[in-house]
Write a protein that binds this ligand. Structure first.
Ligand code: C5P
Length: 221
């Protein structure tokens, strides 16, 4: 039995990868199945929240009762989040946002040329959506995710401070990617707390509980 820890709360969640266009048939993307973000959306909905899931391309169905907004690029995701975040109580950023977009993307398919030369792509950094929402005045209470391949404790806590979020969830990418289980470590002002290896939906329910416990009074039920 899951008590309705987030009854009446508005929760915005990002999930999945973004994909950055090179030409009409090619993209650069991040590897993300969306499983963790979708599990968090399901758990938030089970906890009584009104959930908007802003999702890059995944093969997953929208969880029952969750409003899904589909996006492709990081700029699309940024626009959708900014439109939804102002009225939200909680923002949980699970998406694997591409750090760079291609600025010289082509409207027509790039052709292989006779000399076998590869095209020159130029990149520009994408906006950091989470850091921007965390800076909003009277914005939602923010939760970030960090997938690292090493030095999780050090990198994740540094990321929490850099992004300015009260709660950051770390995991080791090699254990979690495309898997149905994960081992999360929660980082907050008090330190860090490791959860055991769990199915993603069970880990998501524990995360929702941790968020509900930490929500400041004005957000609490
Ligand atoms: O990519 P990075 O490790 O910095 O991601 C950490 C957190 O920041 C994640 O929650 C991710 O969803 C978020 N992020 C974002 N916009 C970006 C890059 C990351 O919201 N451009």
């Amino acid at each position: 039995f899951q008590p309705k820890l987030l009854a009446g709360k508005r929760v915005v969640i990002t999930a999945g990868p973004t994909s950055e266009k090179i030409d009409p048939v090619r993209v650069i993307t991040n590897r993300s199945s969306g499983k963790m973000g979708y599990a968090v959306a399901q758990a938030a909905r089970e906890a009584g929240a009104q959930v908007v899931l802003i999702s890059g391309a995944t093969a997953l169905p929208a969880p029952y009762g969750v409003l899904r907004l589909n996006v492709e690029s990081a700029l699309d995701m940024h626009a959708a989040v900014m439109a939804e975040a102002a009225g939200a109580d909680v923002f949980i950023s699970v998406a694997a946002v591409a750090d760079w977009r291609v600025v010289n993307a082509s409207d027509n398919k790039l052709k292989k040329n006779a000399s076998g030369q590869a095209p020159e792509l130029e990149f520009a950094p994408n906006p950091d959506i989470l850091a921007e929402v965390a800076r909003m005045r009277a914005g939602p209470w923010c939760v970030g995710f960090a997938a690292e391949t090493e030095n999780l404790l050090e990198y994740a806590e540094a990321k929490r401070r850099r992004k300015g979020v009260p709660l950051l969830v770390g995991n080791l990418a090699q254990h979690a990617m495309n898997a149905d289980t994960t081992e999360l470590v929660l980082f907050d002002d008090a330190g860090h707390h490791a959860l055991p290896r769990l199915p993603k939906i069970a880990a998501a329910r524990q995360l929702i509980r941790a968020i509900a416990e930490r929500l400041p009074r004005k957000h609490a039920a």
